[in-house]
Design a protein around this ligand. Structure first.
Ligand code: PLP
Ligand code: COI
Length: 328
């Protein structure tokens, strides 16, 4: 069965562990995505919450593969530290992910459908606290659900518009996967969609002259002379997909990978522009609108090659020479 879109399509079981008296417990599986929480939990009132996103893929031989869960564990640790949350130990994180994938194995979409099981680990401050301070009690949860494409189905281009709003502050939380950044993105995305665009493109919050990222993806840009350029910015999320694509681009396509500022006006010089992330994989961008100016892109050749190689590794069709995939 083909799973349409990036939506919640149900789950069999979820995992929950709690932090109390200075330690994480070993956690339990549950058949519910609902739990009781204090109305005055720090996560609800003051946004002390961090999360991750990763996927499990079904291969041609019916195996189920996880892609770089160790990288998500490490990023979650960084997010926890920034929000004063006791980090989830990597062993507990990996154990929880494997248990959730195992319990939801029958929900991993077929190889042919090109869908995947999206796994959403999260950590929230659950203690009842009235003044602004960190909680001393936390919940680490992992849920999973089958998903299809985040934007359009298949390898189809999207359009973006820049926005006067920011998703993050210059020295804020942009590099951290926390609810606040996504809350900040809801209204600008709504406005972009109202104007007929698929999403908005955030500029660097300090000068509003450079490309940052979208609300759910990094941006990658390809030049005519085989360079893979991606913004160097303190306010974007360090994307595991982007980091993986950089290694693929160097190894398989002999590309030069360059981290640097991308001034908006330079967009016209790029051959191809893409949005990348776990949910979006690589989505080509055909058009970027900025205050009456239009940047358009017609070629997606290199992006397509990168997409095929990345998905090839994730679905077990291309030999994983990086040690990224784990069979569950
Ligand atoms: N940027 C933002 C704001 C995101 O939410 C995501 C999604 O996780 C990404 C980039 C891509 O990161 P990753 O490739 O690790 O999924
Ligand atoms: C992901 O790609 O995993 C994301 O978290 C992006 C978005 C769905 C929030």
């Amino acid at each position: 069965m083909k799973i349409e879109g990036f939506k919640y399509h149900g789950t069999n079981q979820a995992f929950y562990a709690t932090y109390k008296d200075g330690a994480w417990d070993e956690g339990v599986m549950s058949d519910s995505i609902f739990f009781e929480i204090s109305s005055v939990a720090v996560a609800l009132q003051y946004g002390q919450s961090v999360f991750e996103g990763l996927k499990a893929y079904r291969t041609k031989n019916n195996d189920v593969l996880l892609f770089r869960p160790d990288a998500n564990a490490k990023r979650l640790k960084g997010s926890c530290e920034r929000l004063l949350i006791p980090p989830v130990p990597e062993e507990l994180f990996i154990k929880a992910i494997k248990q959730v994938v195992d319990a939801n194995r029958d929900l991993v979409p077929s190889y042919e459908s090109k869908g995947s099981l999206y796994i959403r680990p999260f950590v929230i401050g659950t203690e009842t606290v009235m003044g602004v301070r960190s909680a001393n009690e936390f919940l680490f949860g992992v849920i999973a659900t089958p998903v299809g494409s985040y934007f359009k189905d298949g390898f189809n281009p999207i359009s973006l518009t820049t926005t006067p709003y920011d998703r993050a502050a210059p020295n804020g939380l942009g590099h951290v996967k926390t609810g606040a950044n996504y809350a900040a993105s809801l209204y600008p995305k709504h406005l972009a969609k109202q104007k007929g665009f698929d999403d908005c493109l955030y500029l660097d919050p300090k000068t509003h002259t450079k490309v940052d990222e979208t609300g759910a993806t990094n941006i990658i840009a390809i030049t005519k002379d085989n360079q893979f350029v991606t913004p160097q910015s303190k306010s974007i999320l360090p994307s595991i997909t982007n980091q993986s694509l950089q290694m693929i681009a160097k190894k398989y396509l002999g590309m030069d990978v360059i981290h640097r500022d991308i001034p908006l006006h330079e967009l016209k010089d790029f051959e191809e522009i893409g949005a990348c992330g776990t949910a979006a994989v690589i989505t080509p961008i055909s058009r970027i609108h900025h205050e009456g100016e239009e940047f358009t892109f017609e070629s997606y050749e290199k992006l397509h090659k990168l997409y095929d190689l990345l998905q090839g590794i994730q679905y077990g069709d291309v030999k994983d020479e990086f040690g990224w995939v784990i069979k569950v």
